[in-house]
Ligand binder design. Sequence first.
Ligand code: NAP
Length: 310
Amino acid sequence: MFGSKKKPTTQIDQEQLALIKNAQKRIKQKKRLYYHLVIFIIGSAILVLLNVVLGFGNNVTLFGTQWFVWAVLAWLFLFVFHVFDVYITNKFMGKDWEAKQLERLVGQQELRIEKLKQKFLEQETKIAKEQAKAELENTVKPEIIDRSSLSLIVAAAENNVIGKDNQLIWHLSDDLKRFKKLTSGHHIIMGRKTFESFPKPLPNRTHVVITRQKNYKAPKGVIVVHNMKEAVSVATLSDANPYVIGGGEIYKQAFPFATKIELTRVHHEFEGDTYFPEIDTKDWKETANEFHPKDNKHEYEFSFITYERV
Ligand SMILES: NC(=O)c1ccc[n+]([C@@H]2O[C@H](COP(=O)([O-])OP(=O)(O)OC[C@H]3O[C@@H](n4cnc5c(N)ncnc54)[C@H](OP(=O)(O)O)[C@@H]3O)[C@@H](O)[C@H]2O)c1
């Protein structure tokens, strides 16, 4: 009901169309050549008539030859050129010839583009390899760190949130006391952002701050390093148990190499922007757990949990 019959359309093959057009063009060219021949014969006869019969310009000569001879010769030259144009140039250097030339040029360009692509790929690969090498040099390899020497110390909510807007979210005085007790006298490794969240360096601890900024200015006594490997090397030089104290980026990078986690689990969920990695109990064994209830000084319940790597 909604269908309509299509009108049959005449499909002319594009190649045939081109052949027809070319044949029409050739006919026109040959016709023009024929007219040229006729005009040339009549014109030459008129010139001869003018000079020989009517004596027109009888005294005009060039190299001792009458002018009409030169005029006829010049015209003949033009006619020969016309013949050449029709039978040689247009026949052998026509559309086909142009298409072949174009095809050859396109082929050459494609080859050049392919070579450029190849060169570009080689350069890309080289750059990627160099970047990978540089990253590898900046990454801490598990086997080069003495695992017995690296502890993470952190306070994390039930949903693993550890901070918001570069600040801690809760204030738990007993947690701060424990942090002070455990870290005092040790090297504490931290990210530049955590360091800047302190009003001033913490007393009785050696700060090792990791930053990518080559000219980072820190107060006297603070050690500035540019990758985790350097931080651990510096800290373990004179300390058997340095602590990684955060924040999120640094915990994540140090996590695979740590042997101990001193976790304060705050029994509440918070909104935040920084997280501690999930502790997989396949890799970590709980070796101590001390619950702390809510009280006047502590708004939330929490537990001090120690994990050691299995
Ligand atoms: N609850 C907790 O126990 C606890 C503990 C500590 C911190 N926090 C919280 O965590 C948040 C901060 O953590 P965050 O993840 O935003 O920052 P972060 O880990 O403290 O510091 C990140 C910075 O460290 C430097 N860095 C990181 N990886 C590096 C590498 N491989 N090489 C060289 N430099 C590197 C970079 O410094 P540059 O930008 O200078 O290059 C980067 O911006 C805050 O909210 C803080 O309060 C919570």
